[in-house]
Design a protein around this ligand. Structure first.
Ligand SMILES: Nc1nc2c(ncn2[C@@H]2O[C@H](COP(=O)(O)OP(=O)(O)OP(=O)(O)O)[C@@H](O)[C@H]2O)c(=O)[nH]1
Ligand SMILES: [Mg+2]
Length: 696
């Protein structure tokens, strides 16, 4: 494998909606370029970049993966990303590691949720963007319709630089608007061989229309060109290409190309354009990092001359190998065996076997230049999102903004003996995938895992089994209910036992009063004249606290109340701490029932974004979850609904929202407050708790 300098590298994130053909495209590009030996297929489970068992089984991408195509003396690093929104973390990581994005859109489906999402992230990151209309050979492919769809729903900056000859099963050629030539493909060739011919007569008019649009659009990006164009001057091909390139780099123009990964039609033209028009890493604006420890901003320019700076954007753990880290070099070079520094973790790391990846295959290289993307195994202390630099100039780069978790589920091991391995496994999986989180909740006595959606968490459970031998299953997360009082009450708790020898005697009178939310528990000693000796009063408190932990309504801890202990009596011989503790427990149990106890349930503040057409259904569903709608507002594309919803009712919400809105809806939630649960809910929760206790 040749080593390429930054000028000869293109880092392209291949992004788009699930099933739009990204993985197939990456495979075809690497194959047609001759950089991959076999033309693989997602459907046959042998594609270049969907190589993990999870992906082969499901036939869609879950992880970002690397491939490359060597073409026209350049190396195009192709970062294949998953389209399903559960795995959007990897799409974002791919976009962060790249200098440009190839947005793949199915010629049969047009702009979809995943297209919008990927487009938004690529735009935010300031990447140059190009569109590829895939699946041109598929029944119902419609170039014109999808082009208009992009213009209307995504961006007015899209501009076709090619048009197809034939569509669907008739798709047989591509007209290049710059060269004014037509490539007619020879059917059945493996790498999309073609004959260059004149534009067919029946395509003349279309060609003229699109050519004119292309020239006009390009001219509007450059004042000088526009003036000459309007003055009737002919603009040369070289000039238009140069202006196009500048427009792509600045994000003002987004060329649209077409083709089919399956038949490999259009692959050569696409490779050409990726090399010609996408920016080189060395042409990208400098990024701002921070000097470690001093928090001073430092400009990182992609150049071999600078000190080494790289960022790990993906970690996968592989059987027999361990952790494999994908990194992007932002400055300096790396040689095999070089020692680098992870400043925040104060760790030096040796980069052994520096490699480039072609799908699952890795090839060792002697060095990599600034701007390239590489792979290294067995880093000891470095995880996804860490910056690697040198001790001479320790820096950190801004973190990749991985999205928050939306779905929480509980996880139980099927076999108790695997309990210990569970948290180690989950921790490793979190290091691989920062959008996945886990914690052991001591109060609920449950391990909770959270991620982007249920599909995401199911895959995590699969990995846990395959990689760490832990057999686990997902379940409903328990809810941390509380109880409190709405009224006042008072009464006695008396513990008296006479059994043979020394007896037990404790007696106290207490008053219960509610307190405001969040004030906790307060015990007030109002004993006068030593009717309960001072040394026994804390025992009363202890007993009450103990009993209040076990609840009154449904078995959950009671909060926000005050106890006044105002009277009692004792026995010279039989009284003890133990007896007064019992008296406290009895007093609480007896008095609490009269103080209007209620169950409190956690309420979440939820924001849901939905397309207007699903608004009614989304609101209806929130109401059926006992949600209280606070209002809604529209941003033109989506409507945001704000609501307060009991946490217990949000179980598996992501799946429901996904199906109601055909994947277009998103949501966000945070804990808001505890509120009184309606009596029927309290009763059910109580019965459930009783059942649990009985089982335990
Ligand atoms: N006819 C035809 N089918 C294609 C083409 N490209 C991809 N497909 C099929 O479309 C399906 C999805 O293709 P993928 O390459 O997995 O799509 P993807 O964009 O990587 O999907 P995700 O990984 O889920 O985001 C597969 O069944 C492919 O065989 C094409 O050019 N023509
Ligand atoms: Mg894929």
């Amino acid at each position: 494998m040749r080593v390429y300098k930054g000028d000869a590298i293109r880092n392209v994130a291949v992004v788009g909606h699930g099933g739009s053909g990204k993985t197939s495209l990456v495979d075809a590009l690497a194959f047609v370029a001759g950089s991959s030996k076999r033309h693989g297929s997602v459907d046959q489970g042998n594609s270049l970049t969907d190589y993990t068992p999870d992906e082969i089984e499901r036939q869609y991408s879950i992880n970002l993966a690397l491939a490359h195509a060597e073409w026209m003396d350049a190396k195009i690093n192709l970062i294949d990303t998953p389209g399903y929104l559960d795995f959007v973390g990897d799409a974002i990581a791919g976009i962060y590691a790249a200098d440009s994005a190839l947005v793949v859109i199915s010629a049969t489906s047009g702009v979809e949720v995943g297209t919008e999402s990927a487009w938004g992230y690529a735009e935010q990151r300031g990447l140059a963007r190009m569109f590829f209309l895939s699946l041109m050979d598929k029944e119902h492919a419609d170039f014109e319709r999808v082009y208009q769809d992009i213009k209307e729903h995504l961006t007015s900056k899209v501009i076709p630089i090619e048009i197809p000859v034939g569509e669907g099963p008739d798709f047989k050629g591509i007209i290049n608007l710059f060269s004014k030539k037509c490539h007619m493909y020879k059917s059945g060739t493996k790498t999309g061989e073609y004959e260059e011919v004149e534009i067919p007569d029946e395509y003349r008019d279309r060609f003229e229309t699109y050519s004119q649009e292309l020239i006009e659009t390009i001219a509007t990006t450059d004042d000088d060109l526009l003036e000459r164009y309007l003055g009737g001057e002919e603009i040369s091909r070289d000039e238009t290409i140069a202006a196009m390139k500048a427009g792509v780099a600045s994000g003002e123009l987004c060329p649209l190309l077409v083709g089919s990964a399956v038949t490999t039609y259009g692959m050569r033209a696409l490779l050409n354009k990726l090399v010609e028009m996408m920016p080189r890493p060395t042409e990208r604006p400098a990024i701002m990092g921070e000097t470690w420890g001093k928090a001073e901003p430092v400009e990182i320019v992609t150049s071999d001359d600078g000190e080494f700076v790289a960022q790990v954007f993906k970690t996968v753990s592989e059987p027999h190998v361990g952790d494999v880290s994908f990194f992007r070099i932002y400055s300096g070079t790396v040689t095999n065996g070089m020692t680098v520094y992870n400043a925040p973790r104060e760790a030096t790391e040796k980069l052994n076997h520096v490699s480039v990846a072609q799908g699952k295959d890795r090839e060792e290289v002697p060095m990599l230049h600034a701007g390239d993307v590489g792979v290294v195994a067995k880093l000891r202390d470095t995880h996804t999102n860490d910056t690697l630099s040198t001790e001479k100039r320790p820096v950190v780069l801004p973190k990749i903004p991985f999205p928050e978790a939306l779905t929480v589920l509980s996880v139980q091991v099927k076999n108790r003996a695997e309990e210990d391995k569970l948290s180690t496994g989950l921790q490793k999986l979190h290091e691989e995938d920062p959008t996945f989180r886990h914690e052991f909740n001591a109060e609920l006595r449950q391990t909770l895992i959270s991620g982007r959606g249920e599909r995401h968490l199911e895959i995590i459970i699969g990995r846990l089994e395959r990689k760490f031998g832990v057999h686990a299953e997902l379940g409903r997360p328990a809810v941390a209910y509380r109880e409190t009082f709405r009224g006042k009450a008072e009464g006695q708790g008396k513990h008296k036992k006479q059994s043979g020898g020394r007896g037990q005697y404790g007696d106290c009178w207490v008053r219960i009063a509610p307190m405001p939310r969040g004030s906790g528990y307060e015990f007030v000693d109002q004993i006068k004249g030593g009717v309960i000796p001072g040394k026994f009063v804390p025992a009363v408190n202890k007993g009450i606290k103990e009993a209040s932990e076990r609840g009154v309504v449904a078995g959950y801890p009671v909060v926000d109340f005050r106890i006044e202990c105002y009277d009692g009596s004792y026995h010279n011989v039989d009284s003890s701490e133990q007896a007064f503790r019992m008296a406290g427990i009895l007093a609480f149990k007896k008095v609490a029932k009269g103080a209007k106890p209620v169950l409190l349930e956690p309420i979440l503040q939820v924001e849901v974004w939905t397309p207007e057409e699903n608004l009614g259904e989304v609101m209806g569903d929130l109401s059926s979850r006992r949600g209280q709608i606070l209002g809604s507002e529209s941003d033109g594309r989506l409507t945001k609904v704000k609501a307060m919803v009991p946490e217990a009712e949000m179980y598996r919400y992501s799946t429901t929202l996904h199906s109601m809105t055909h994947g277009r809806g998103t949501f966000h939630w945070e804990f808001s407050s505890y509120q009184d649960a309606p009596p029927d809910v309290a009763r059910k929760v109580g019965e459930e708790k009783e059942k649990q206790l009985a089982e335990a």
